[in-house]
Design a protein around this ligand. Structure first.
Ligand code: HEC
Length: 99
């Protein structure tokens, strides 16, 4: 049995983990798109699309929501779960969508 599982484990470690590392910003950003529109291209509605926002603006606003210096309805709670690094990764990914 070990002979069967070891190559599978090696393949998963070798292939899957680097892919996850590269796409971490995208994975984090996917949690935003349910409200802000797929790839940040929401049209209409009260929630602003983020695809045209520069990454630096997304970072500053996410930190403001997280720290409570900007108030909103859902964003304060949503922003609280992320570290600085995660906010920068997701902002970089989202900021590219409008280009
Ligand atoms: C549950 C829906 C929802 C999700 C999920 C969500 N947002 Fe929001 N977002 C909103 C709403 C609603 C607003 C308007 C402010 C408020 O009411 O909190 C907003 C506002 C914002 C703003 C300010 C836009 C502006 O014009 O100033 C930014 C930046 C933002 N969200 C980023 C994000 C990011 C990044 C994520 C993913 C981590 C995310 N949001 C996930 C609903 C959501």
């Amino acid at each position: 049995m070990k002979k069967i599982y070891l190559p599978v484990a090696a393949a998963l470690l070798g292939v899957t983990l680097p892919v996850l590392a590269v796409d971490r910003g995208e994975m984090l950003a996917n949690s935003c798109f349910s409200c802000h529109g797929y790839d940040g291209k929401n049209t209409g509605g009260a929630i602003p699309p983020l695809g045209q926002y520069p990454a630096s603006l997304i970072v500053s606003q996410m930190k403001a929501y997280r720290d409570g210096t900007r108030t909103g309805t859902v964003m304060n709670r949503h922003a609280k779960g992320y570290t600085d690094e995660e906010i920068e990764l997701m902002a970089k990914y989202i900021g590219k969508q409008g280009q």
